[in-house]
Design a protein around this ligand. Structure first.
Ligand code: XBP
Ligand code: MG
Length: 256
C-alpha cells in the first residue's frame, strides 16, 4: 500500500507551543479579565490532559475553582475569555519566539519535493495554526498543507478520532495510505482510533505518556547534525536516527 500523505498534529509536534505559548496566553487573558488565576508550568501539564482551550477552562473552573461564582452566561463568557486567549497567543507567535521543532521543516520540504500530500489535524483554533505557519514557514506556509482540520470543525476533540476522520475524508484517502505525527497520548489515541499508523515525537510534557501502539517514538524528527534518540520502534533501528522519507516508507511498509 503506497504512502501518499502525512498528517501532522500542531501543538507539541510541529512546535513546542504549550509551555511558553498557550500557557502564557491563557494567563494573560485571565489577568486582562481581572481573574487571579495563574496556570503555572506544573499545573498546566495536568490541565493538558483536557484537549481544547475552552474545554480546559471549563475543566479548571469545575475542578480547581469550585467556589467561584460562574456568570449566568457561562458558555458565552468562556468563549469570550478564550477569544482573548487566542488574541494573546497569535500576538506571541507574531513576536517570533516559537520555532518549529528539529527536523520539521526538513521533513515537510522533503515530502513536498517527492509529491507526498500534507495535512494538519489539530485540536487548536484555526487562527493559531495559520499564525504558527506564517511565523515559521513564511507567507507560503499555509499552502504547503492541502487540508487544515482544526478546532471546533468537529464536535469531539482528541482523543476522539473525529478530526483525523475529517481530514482523511477531505483528502479522499484511506488511513492505510497515510502516516500521522503526534506528541501526546491523546493525540496518539485519536490517530490510532482513526486507523492511522503513527510516529510520536515526545516533549517535556508528554515523555511519560503511554505510547503503546505507536510505530515509532522519537525525541524529535532529527537533523543531520543532531539525530534523535529512538525511544521505541516497530522496526529494528540504530539507537539514533534522522527521520527522512526513506525511513518513513520503510516504516509504513513494515520492512526492516
Ligand atoms: C492541543 C490542545 C489545544 C491547545 C490550545 O492538543 O489541546 O487545546 O493547548 O488551543 P493537540 P486552543 O496538540 O493534541 O491538538 O486554546 O485554541 O483550543
Ligand atoms: Mg499535540
Amino acid at each position: 500500500m503506497k504512502l501518499e500523505a502525512l498528517l501532522f498534529d500542531v501543538d507539541g509536534t510541529l512546535a513546542d507551543t504549550e509551555r511558553d505559548g498557550h500557557r502564557v496566553a491563557f494567563n494573560r487573558a485571565f489577568a486582562e479579565a481581572g481573574l487571579d488565576w495563574n496556570w503555572d508550568v506544573r499545573l498546566y501539564g495536568e490541565l493538558l490532559a483536557i484537549a481544547g482551550g475552552k474545554e480546559r477552562i471549563r475543566h479548571y473552573v469545575a475542578h480547581h475553582r469550585p467556589d467561584w461564582r460562574q456568570p449566568a452566561d457561562f458558555d458565552e463568557w468562556v468563549a469570550r475569555l478564550h477569544a482573548a486567549k487566542t488574541r494573546h497567543y497569535t500576538a506571541l507567535l507574531g513576536e517570533g519566539g516559537i520555532q518549529l521543532r528539529p527536523g520539521v521543516k526538513r521533513l515537510l520540504a522533503e515530502a513536498r519535493a517527492h509529491g507526498l500530500r500534507l495535512a494538519i489535524a489539530t485540536t487548536t483554533t484555526p487562527d493559531n495554526v495559520t499564525a504558527l505557519l506564517d511565523s515559521t514557514l513564511g507567507p507560503d506556509g499555509r499552502a504547503w498543507f492541502e487540508v487544515i482540520g482544526a478546532g471546533d470543525v468537529v464536535p469531539a476533540k482528541k482523543p476522539a478520532p473525529d478530526i483525523y476522520a475529517y481530514v482523511l475524508e477531505r483528502l479522499g484517502l484511506p488511513p492505510c495510505r497515510c502516516l500521522a505525527f503526534e506528541d501526546s497520548e491523546n493525540g496518539l489515541r485519536a490517530a490510532r482510533a482513526a486507523g492511522l499508523m503513527t510516529v510520536v515525537v515526545v516533549n517535556d510534557y508528554t515523555r511519560d505518556h503511554d505510547f503503546t501502539g505507536a510505530a515509532l517514538v522519537l525525541e524529535h524528527l532529527g537533523e543531520p547534525d543532531m539525530p534523535s534518540r529512538v525511544l521505541a520502534s516497530t522496526l529494528p533501528l540504530d539507537d539514533t536516527v534522522v527521520l527522512d522519507l526513506a525511513l518513513l516508507h520503510r516504516l509504513h511498509a513494515g520492512k526492516p
